[in-house]
Write a protein that binds this ligand. Structure first.
Ligand SMILES: NC(=O)C1=CN([C@@H]2O[C@H](COP(=O)(O)OP(=O)(O)OC[C@H]3O[C@@H](n4cnc5c(N)ncnc54)[C@H](O)[C@@H]3O)[C@@H](O)[C@H]2O)C=CC1
Ligand SMILES: O=C(O)C(=O)Cc1ccc(O)cc1
Length: 365
C-alpha cells in the first residue's frame, strides 16, 4: 500500500504533538529527525513517531510532507539544508514557527521547482517544552495559521490543509507580515510583560521574601507564560524585533498615561481606562482556544500517604479524564499536602471535581 510519509524535524512540544495527531492514522507514516542520538531514542521509546533518525537526508527522503518544528532562529538553516537534498517531487515543506515574515522571505529567496513551501503557525501551545509535553489534543479547537506564498497551487495548499484536519484546529490563511503584527501584540508582547513583571517582583523579593509567599494564586496564574522556554522565546522575540520595538513604544505610552493619572489623582481617567478594557474584553471570543491557553486547576488536600498520587491519577485515567499537569505544592509531614491538578478542558475539570468529591476529597478551585 502507498503510504504518505511525514517527516518532522524537531520532535518537541509542537513537533511531538503534530506527530501524535498523525501517527496511527490510515496510510500515514511519521518519521522524526533528531539532532542528538539520545533524542532519537526518546522519540521511539515514547511512541511518538514510527521511526527516528539522525540523518536529515534519510528523514527527508521520499517525504510527502516535511514539518520544521525547530526554534525560529534555526528555520532558515534547516530550509537551506533541505532544499539542497533530492526531495520527492511535489513535497510540501511547512514550519510551525511563531513568527512568519522572516521565514516567508527566506523561502522567497529559494527557487523551489519541484516542491512547495507553505509557512504555518499553530496558535496553541504551552509554557512547557520538549517531547514529554506533547499531546495530540494540543491544537483541538485552536486556530492554525497558514501563510501560502502568492502562486501556491490550490492542490498543494489543500493537501496540507487536509492533513492538518487531524489536528482538529481551524485553518486560517493570513499574510505573514500581518501575522507578525497581530501575534506580536497578542502573544509576544504579553510574554515580555509577564517576564518583566515576574522579574520586578523577584527583585523586590530580595528585600523581603513575603513577596514570593503572597504571590501565590492570581499573580502566579497571570504570569504562567513567564515560565516559557528561554531559548525558544529568545528566537521568537529577536525574530519579531521591529514589530516588538514599535509595540513596546506604544506600551510605554500606555504606562506613562497611568503614571500621569496617578500623579494627578485622576480617578475619572482610571475608571475610563478600566471601562474601555472591560468593553473590549467582553467582545473577545470565549469558546475558541486562544493563543494563550488557559489551564483549569483544581486544588486537593491529600494525606501524606505513599501511593496516593498514583491512585488519583489512575482513577482519573480509567475514566478518560485528561490531566495536563499534576504538582504537589506543599508536603510536610505534619500538614496534608496540596495537590494541584491541571486540565486543558473545562469539562475535564468538572468531571474530576465530581469524581474526587464522591471519593470524599476536599476539593477547591
Ligand atoms: N511553545 C509553544 O507553545 C509554541 C511554539 N511554536 C513554535 O514551535 C517551534 C518549536 O517550539 P517548541 O516545540 O515549543 O520547542 P521544543 O523545545 O519543545 O522543541 C524544539 C525542538 O527542536 C529541536 N532542535 C533541533 N535542533 C536544535 C538546536 N540546535 N537547539 C535546540 N533545539 C533543537 C529540539 O530537539 C526539539 O525537538 C518554535 O519555532 C516555536 O516558535 C509554535 C506554537 C506554539
Ligand atoms: O503558553 C501559552 O499559552 C502560549 O502562549 C502558547 C503559545 C506560545 C507560542 C506560540 O507561538 C503560540 C502559542
Amino acid at each position: 500500500m502507498n503510504t504518505t510519509k511525514i517527516a518532522i524535524f524537531g520532535v518537541g512540544l509542537i513537533g511531538g504533538s503534530l506527530a501524535l495527531c498523525f501517527k496511527g492514522k490510515p496510510g500515514l507514516t511519521v518519521v522524526g529527525h533528531a539532532h542528538l542520538p539520545e533524542l532519537a531514542d526518546k522519540y521511539m521509546s515514547r511512541g511518538v513517531v514510527d521511526a527516528a533518525t539522525l540523518s536529515m537526508e534519510e528523514a527527508a527522503l521520499d517525504a510527502d510532507f516535511i514539518f520544521l518544528c525547530v526554534p525560529v532562529g534555526m528555520l532558515e538553516e534547516y530550509l537551506d539544508r533541505l532544499s539542497a537534498l533530492p526531495l520527492k517531487k511535489g513535497c510540501i515543506i511547512t514550519d510551525v514557527g511563531s513568527t512568519k515574515a522572516s521565514i516567508a522571505q527566506a523561502a522567497r529567496a529559494h527557487d523551489f521547482k519541484d516542491f512547495y513551501f507553505i509557512g504555518g503557525h499553530p496558535m496553541a501551545g504551552s509554557e512547557r517544552s520538549g517531547v514529554e509535553a506533547a499531546t495530540p489534543l494540543l491544537f483541538e479547537n485552536a486556530y492554525y495559521v497558514l501563510t501560502p506564498p502568492p502562486g501556491t497551487p490550490d492542490h498543494a495548499y489543500d493537501a496540507l490543509a487536509q492533513l492538518l484536519s487531524y489536528t482538529r484546529a481551524q485553518i486560517v490563511k493570513v499574510d505573514p507580515v500581518l501575522h507578525d503584527e497581530i501575534v506580536g501584540a497578542i502573544s509576544h508582547l504579553p510574554h515580555i510583560i509577564a517576564v518583566a513583571l515576574v522579574n520586578q517582583v523577584c527583585d523586590y523579593n530580595h528585600s523581603n521574601s513575603l513577596y514570593r509567599l503572597l504571590a501565590a494564586g492570581g499573580f502566579r496564574d497571570i504570569t504562567r507564560i513567564a515560565s516559557s522556554d528561554p531559548l525558544i522565546w529568545r528566537d521568537i522575540l529577536l525574530g519579531n524585533k521591529n514589530v516588538l520595538l514599535r509595540q513596546l513604544k506604544d506600551w510605554n505610552e500606555g504606562i506613562a498615561a497611568f503614571v500621569e493619572m496617578l500623579e494627578e489623582g485622576d480617578g475619572q481617567a482610571i475608571q475610563e481606562a478600566f471601562a474601555k478594557a472591560n468593553d473590549f474584553r467582553s467582545e473577545l471570543p470565549e469558546r475558541r482556544k486562544g493563543m494563550i491557553t488557559p489551564s483549569f486547576d483544581l486544588y486537593l488536600d491529600v494525606p501524606d500517604t505513599p501511593g496516593i498520587i498514583g491512585k488519583i491519577a489512575t482513577e482519573l485515567g480509567v475514566r478518560h479524564i485528561n490531566l495536563s499537569n499534576m504538582q504537589i505544592i506543599e508536603s510536610r509531614e505534619d500538614v496534608p499536602g496540596i495537590l494541584r491538578l491541571s486540565f486543558r478542558q473545562e469539562h475535564d475539570l468538572e468531571r474530576a471535581k465530581e469524581l474526587l468529591q464522591s471519593m470524599s476529597y476536599q476539593v477547591s478551585q
